[in-house]
Ligand binder design. Structure first.
Ligand code: NAD
Length: 471
């Protein structure tokens, strides 16, 4: 059993004033593996005060100094890759290849921010004005459980690159990963108070960050419902916000696609991160004329997708993070059946041969209509819907007929045609024949998938305010 009894404030690990103990679980077994003592409102206030004290000096630091800090943080997080990978598997259940990628990503985002800073000009001339990009102030950074370490490092990297100081509120369900990352970041030796890490509940610590007048900016990744709460809570002090929220991403398989490539790729896009991905391609739009072929291939391909022990390198889909999340996904599978969709693969209950843990059968529904609940709501599990279209125009209409707009995928053997369609899709990212990530390109959503962008120059500027000086 692991006991995490410390948070990080003003450059030191301290015992939180909050005394609630929160259980941590291994989702692959359903067993309790530890407890974290949660911070309370007072701890959040102490962290804000520390970040405020540090801001005066840090906001004046040179870019060279901050590049140095980011590089040290990168090296420190890189050095814990194995420990972090292990914790991600143990506490979150990510399949090992994914967990390894996540641990590396937590380090690489710090290096990426350093390179952005190396090439960024904080001053430019516009007409008669000198325009200076100034750090916004104190940043409140709130992360979800599905990529906790990565978002701690990515948000912190952008905030610090800009010259802001930060209070981080990580997901309470990811306390082991947070603690490992906190130790590494501490070892990088930044001045006290520049960043503070306060693991606590959203309704307490998160609420303080989203209402406190000294917090100028909240960067949040999580559900659309909580994102809206944060936006409302920040309205009184007109906080700047970056909100990275949910998605219901379309995967357009065009009629010219090589199905032997497109179908496995669509499944990878849908089942990535065990389906617990905001960018998961959960609505697979297919030409009516090729439905039968696609259904037959899907059945074959889903049968190859291994759900189970995340430590087995052959596993593609690990458990859901919690029992609550498992129940939620099961409920959606039930709704799909009740709505009359055709269950092509998977279904309710545990995968064959598994008796414990919060595993879901990789599930694909076909003959889904875009108005069905399973096509409209974010399920956040390995449950995909095949929807047919008759014409290219209809494919685009269905793709955009969603409250979300985070990511879209186009699979086609005609790149020009795919690019033409991409220009009509309302999503922050469109991936054509690839699942690759571009760490320097902006990331974020249209519509209810969020506000603002992260990564690269756009992500840096989300922590800056332009000031025009005229003389
Ligand atoms: P969540 O919204 O429940 O929680 C996210 C974080 O917000 C947690 O740290 C939580 O403690 C905190 N929180 C909860 N209530 C709060 C409040 N009232 N005030 C301030 N903070 C509060 O989301 P989750 O269940 O942890 O993560 C899953 C969701 O995150 C999914 O909807 C998914 O789509 C989304 N997500 C989005 C992206 C993206 O980049 N767009 C990436 C990953 C996950």
């Amino acid at each position: 059993m692991q006991h995490i009894n410390q948070i990080y404030i003003n450059g030191a690990f301290v015992t939180p004033q909050g005394d609630e103990l929160f259980d941590l679980f291994n989702p692959a077994t359903g067993q309790r593996i530890g407890q974290v003592r949660l911070a309370n409102e007072q701890d959040a206030l102490d962290a804000i005060a520390a970040a405020k004290r540090a801001f005066a000096e840090f906001s004046q630091s040179t870019t060279d100094v901050r590049i140095g800090y980011l590089k040290r943080m990168h090296a420190a997080v890189e050095s814990i890759e194995d420990e972090l990978t292990h914790a991600i598997i143990e506490e979150y259940g990510a399949p090992i290849s994914r967990a390894r990628w996540m641990a590396r990503h937590a380090a690489s985002v710090l290096q990426d921010a350093a390179s952005v800073l190396e090439n960024y000009n904080f001053t430019r001339r516009i007409g008669t004005a000198e325009v200076v990009m100034q750090p916004l102030g104190l940043a409140g950074l709130i992360t979800p459980w599905n990529s906790n370490a990565g978002f701690i490092c990515a948000k912190l990297a952008a905030a610090l690159a800009a010259g802001c100081t930060a209070v981080i509120k990580p997901s309470e369900m990811s306390a082991t990963q947070t603690f490992i990352v906190s130790r590494a970041l501490h070892d990088a030796g930044l001045p006290p108070g520049v960043f503070n890490i306060v693991t606590g509940r959203g309704e307490t610590v998160g609420a303080v960050l989203s209402t406190h007048p000294d917090i100028a900016k909240v960067s949040f990744t999580g559900s659309t419902a909580v994102g809206k709460t944060i936006l409302r809570a920040g309205a009184d002090s007109l906080k700047r916000v970056t909100l990275e929220l949910g998605g219901k991403s379309p995967v357009l398989i065009l009629d010219d696609a090589d199905l032997n490539v497109a179908v496995p790729m669509a499944l990878q896009a849908g089942f990535m991160n065990s389906g617990q991905a905001c960018i998961a391609g959960t609505r697979i739009l297919v030409p009516e004329s090729r439905l039968a072929e696609i259904e037959a291939l899907m059945i074959e391909e889903v049968a190859k997708v291994q759900a189970g022990n995340p430590r087995d390198p052959a596993t593609a889909v690990g458990p859901m993070v919690s029992h609550k999340q498992w129940e939620r996904v099961q409920r959606y599978i039930q709704i799909g059946v009740e709505e009359g969709a055709l269950l092509l693969a998977g279904g309710p209950g545990l995968p064959e041969g598994i008796t414990a843990g919060w595993f879901v059968r990789p599930t694909v529904f076909s003959r889904v209509n875009n108005q069905m609940t399973i096509a409209r709501e974010e399920i956040f599990g390995p449950v995909l819907s095949i929807i047919t279209y008759a014409t290219e125009e209809e494919a685009l209409t269905i793709a955009n007929d969603t409250p979300y707009g985070l990511q879209a995928y186009i699979l086609s053997s005609d790149p020009q045609r795919a690019h033409r369609l991409a220009s009509h899709i309302d999503a922050g990212r469109v991936l054509i024949n690839t699942l690759a990530h571009e760490p320097l390109a902006p990331f974020g959503g249209f519509k209810q998938s969020g506000i603002g962008r992260e990564y690269g120059t756009f992500g840096l500027e989300a922590f800056l305010e332009p000031k025009s000086i005229l003389s």
